[in-house]
Design a protein around this ligand. Sequence first.
Ligand code: ZN
Ligand code: CU
Length: 486
Amino acid sequence: MSTELSMYDLIFSNAIVIDGSGSSRYTADIAVQDGVIVEISEAGSLRGAKAKKVIDCLGLAVAPGFIDVHTHDDNAVLMTPLMEPKVSQGVTTVIVGNCGISLSPMIKAITPPDPLNLLGNEEAYRFPTFKAYGEEVERIRPNVNVGALIGHSTLRVNQMEKLDREATSDEIGKMIEQLREGLENGALGMSSGLAYPTAFESKTDEIVELARNLKEYQAIYTTHLRDEYAGILDAMDEAFETAKCAESPLIISHHKCAGPENWGRTQETLAAIDNAAEHIDVGMDCYPYIAGSSTLDLKQVKDNVEILITWSDAYPEMSNRYLRDIAQEWECSLMDAAKKLQPAGATYFIMSEEDVSRVLSHRLTMIGSDGLPHDPNPHPRLWGAFPRVLGHYSREEKLFSLEEAVHKMTGLSAKRFRLEKRGYISKGFHADLVIFNADTINDLATFENPKQAAVGIEHVIVNGEFAIEHGQLKESRSGKMIRRGE
Ligand code: ZN
Ligand code: CU
């Protein structure tokens, strides 16, 4: 009787439900109304119900929309609101402001120093407060939901003329004021990028003083460690210490052991994380590739690592070429070639497959793309990270079940970042959904040809509206600014 009376917006019938919790799949009919999942019942039970649209999902998986917990999409959601690289992968929520780099707040006109230039040029940094940034996201309404962190490097750029030193207590005080404005207006937490020149000279005390403000907002601390090479265990200790002093949850960003001399050491680092997890709330994110990417960092120019130049302001014609070949052509050392190319972007082949698989498999690991949307030759993770985990690592390599793979990109992520009523298929939850073919889903983006949408994604729903329908990009613009605890 009740179905006679209801008129739903959407019904997904005969769906193979992968609910985000990691538990086994089941089949069901799902009804959505006003952007919310209102009914989940036995497959076929909603056959007589009325709906504006009925989508037959026979043979298809229905999962919560993927949450990209590690992005640099702060400006991309405003400039390219359709967010094709992300929605085409099934991503319905992006967390921006990672690695110490956030677009807001910025109280002065700046030429963004490396790596703040990853988000855009001087015009991009136009939000004096976090509140103003959130309002702009709401005005633009991108195709994805946006949650945001406040970047430690961004705070330093606000308050310090030169960044090659530790901050004074006066400067830290002003940074705290800005951080608290962000937290007050819904920022999810604070990120740091201690390996970068904008933050490398900051001392642990500075980070701790800032991070101490997180607790009262139940916000989190994420960190791109000071060292992902030989000194990684010390760098992890610094992160554990910070989280302990701040009494706040910790996320280790894009966890890896970089450089051939450190391959295999994820056995040590994951053991250290397991140990720490007994005392502090710790998690990590990871992208499913053996190469990293960022601005061209001279510290990472080494003879035993292949480096692909993705862009160069000084020599644009050298983009998409290997540094080794450029150096040979210029008859100079790798370092001299790298210096000449600056400012530039690069992809570094610094990880081993064994380490990547080990980190991905860990129970505390979430999937985050770390994609770089403004790079003209972006690392393929920008378009491929999520389908690659589902297709290559789960289905082909059998690293973990489909249910576990989905959990790492939905339920686990929503819980860690405290995204209310997202990340699970459950009655009363927001209708962020992805409908895909588990037998065919895969990434197509490669290092040579990175701007390629994945295959196997049928529909993507954000707050009850189609961002992808039958594989086609739609302009639903139904994304929301997700404020902490909302
Ligand atoms: Zn990073
Ligand atoms: Cu990053």
